[in-house]
Design a binder for this molecule. Sequence first.
Ligand SMILES: Cc1cc2nc3c(=O)[nH]c(=O)nc-3n(C[C@H](O)[C@H](O)[C@H](O)COP(=O)(O)OP(=O)(O)OC[C@H]3O[C@@H](n4cnc5c(N)ncnc54)[C@H](O)[C@@H]3O)c2cc1C
Length: 477
Amino acid sequence: MMYDVIIIGMGPSSIFCAYELLEQNSKMKILLIEKGHKIENRICPISKTGKCQKCKPICSIIGGFSGAGAFSDGKLLSYHLSSYNNNTNDIYIGGKDDSYIKEYYSIDEIKNIMKYTDDIYLKFGASKNISGINNRKEIARMQIKASKNGLSLIDVPVRHLGTEKSHELYKKLEDYLIQNIDLMFETEVTDLIIEDNTIKGVKTKSGDIKGKKVVLAVGVDGSIWLEGLCKKYNIKTRNGYMDIGIRYELKDEVMEKVNKLMYEGKFIGKLKPYFDKVRTYCQNPSGFVTPETYDNGCTLVNGHAYKEKKSKNTNLAILVSYKFDEPFNSPNEYGFNIAKKANLLSGGNAIVQRFGDLINGRKTTKYDLINNSVEPTMKSAFAGDLSYVLDYRTVVNLINFIKRMDKIIPGFKNDDNLMYGPEIKFYGNELVLDKNFQTSINNLYSIGTGGGLTIGLMMASASGVMMARKLVSENEK
Ligand SMILES: Cc1cc2nc3c(=O)[nH]c(=O)nc-3n(C[C@H](O)[C@H](O)[C@H](O)COP(=O)(O)OP(=O)(O)OC[C@H]3O[C@@H](n4cnc5c(N)ncnc54)[C@H](O)[C@@H]3O)c2cc1C
């Protein structure tokens, strides 16, 4: 069997690529391969065992049908619905202001594809409610307050699916794709087949599969595998960003205004003494902090929120962006070394520390947490000291940012607020892509997070739509 298109991974970028290939009546023979489970079989055992079981072949939080999207609470960042971002500086594409998408598409084209993508989410059951488009005056007031304190508040409306609704929505998409194309689950692509700098197919443990074109849609988890492939086959890369930081948990009442007005507030700043970019990311009102375990056994943290089940806390990531120059070329290795330090100190878990303890040079103990006014939602986290794990520069960046945020949101620097760490966003080295998202290997393409094209659900999904249209137009030539 020779496939016209093989897509590796079944995260949102892959799903939307396959969906759009079908919509375009492409008649191409399409295969999607995923190492994780079908969405209905993705179960995280932590709710029963209370401890991360380091599931193999993949953690159900980050892999399987719908990728890292399934257990995410599905915040679709809807830039196309904001009337305020009409110029290139304002549109904040999935957090990446150096993306090829921005290079190869005009703002209007991007917004049109986002609207198209958003409509597919609506068609498959996404909630019609959008946060952040009402209360314009109050949002503007908060933006001014942020600006006076040296931070920016990026204005992005959010369509919030909720973790349970995300599951239902992606299940419908899974059923639709199963009816129309070939899907292989629990099958890991172990290698690529490349001859004369041209892709010929992929290798799996159960045999080789031939394909005329192969799309890498391997996400954060696959970016580690991809980094190795790039070295092995000399696939061209450029140094990408790395985001290193923590998951911050504080009482809902402290975050009440931002939660109500915007659901997710995206604050960004470059503060003294380093002027590194520090930002809030993935805010979850009444949410839960969760472990995130990678293929190599490293446990980090993330967060999500359910539509029905609620905690009394809001969590959000606070991330510092770094970009290192040559000869550095192993961002994943760098990130995992930080994660390994945390896991070594905590018996394989992530670490939690009170903000007050971090600034007072004190380790948090499990007894401190019993009386803490902010009750930790991630029970498996080990009470400890993050200053043994994160480097000085990151700790200083985080403390300064949190103190500055307190001027905009009083209570943001309360001693009882909790820092879980590390939270690291692995983007690997970014692949060098041409305007068709083709890598330096002929007919090998890359979309979504894995090769560094996008960040976040909406842009991963939109990159799938873009990819499909490019494949169809190449096929018609
Ligand atoms: C807990 C959590 C909450 C999040 N919340 C949000 C949110 O609210 N809003 C938002 O915008 N973003 C959120 N994100 C990020 C978002 O989920 C990702 O940006 C998005 O899923 C990226 O899509 P993708 O298609 O690029 O890759 P992924 O979704 O990561 O999918 C890649 C897939 O490829 C598979 N794969 C990898 N390597 C191989 C291989 N060798 N062979 C076969 N299969 C392979 C993996 O198993 C995985 O299923 C969250 C992420 C997490 C983990």
